[in-house]
Design a protein. Structure first.
Length: 238
């Protein structure tokens, strides 16, 4: 799932950067059809999809309250971009005829969609439960560093580390546990060609590696997006 996740991430990032922003005006009531509100919702959905704390830097970390954890979990489960990601992943598996026991057509696609959605839901739920119990925050915070390699090192570490309430980063039991739960519990419904513990271990390794690699993209995403945001930023009214 690593390659398709990278492609989706870059496409969403480009869409985020290219969306027009509403010019600043006097405060007024905004509706769901307001362009500024739609832009804000889209950005929030992208950040939630990839578990990012926006452009907030690590030095500005504040521990999550339980109500904030509940809200983030709920948003992650109903995020419309999550369903887009699942649909795209199911389409790729359909094209690869993976698993081969599942037929082509609508029935096979439905099974592949349900499989990916099930694994995603398990990962999120276990992550949320263990994170709440152990007070771990797996959101990505920008390092605030300036040099390239220190930023890369920080980003790679973030794939397996989480912040505790005191701001220190330690091994993330919730993140790792969620990935492991999704990979191994899915064997209960997957067909024989992907039913073994070895298959689960491979799935766990691929997802963990993808999470580690994605940290680099998350770290440098604000730098990549900033020129486009400035380009589309409206000029102040005279």
């Amino acid at each position: 799932m690593g390659r398709r996740a990278w492609i989706l991430f870059l496409l969403l990032s480009a869409g985020w950067a290219g969306r027009p922003q509403a010019p600043s005006t006097a405060p007024q009531e905004k509706t769901d059809s307001d362009p500024a509100r739609q832009h804000s919702n889209f950005v929030r959905d992208v950040l939630d999809l990839f578990n990012m704390a926006g452009a907030q830097q690590s030095k500005g970390f504040q521990p999550l309250t339980q109500s904030e954890r509940n809200r983030l979990y709920f948003r992650s489960m109903v995020n419309p971009l999550s369903f887009v990601r699942v649909a795209a992943s199911a389409g790729i598996d359909q094209a690869k005829d993976k698993p081969e026991e599942w037929e082509q057509g609508a029935s096979g696609y439905g099974k592949r969609y349900a499989n990916i959605f099930g694994q995603y839901s398990i990962q999120r739920t276990v992550n949320y439960g263990l994170g709440s119990l152990l007070h771990e925050d797996n959101r990505y915070f920008n390092s605030g560093k300036r040099k390239f390699w220190p930023r890369v090192g920080y980003a790679l570490e973030s794939g397996i580390l989480a912040r505790r309430d005191d701001g220190t980063r330690r091994f993330s039991f919730s993140q790792t546990g969620g990935v492991a739960a999704g990979a191994f519990l899915a064997r209960a419904w997957l067909p024989p060609s992907q039913h073994s513990p070895e298959d689960a271990a491979i799935s766990f390794a691929i997802t963990t590696g993808t999470n580690i690699g994605f940290g680099v993209v998350k770290e440098f995403l604000p730098d990549m997006v900033r020129p486009f945001v400035k380009k589309h930023k409206p000029k102040p009214s005279p």
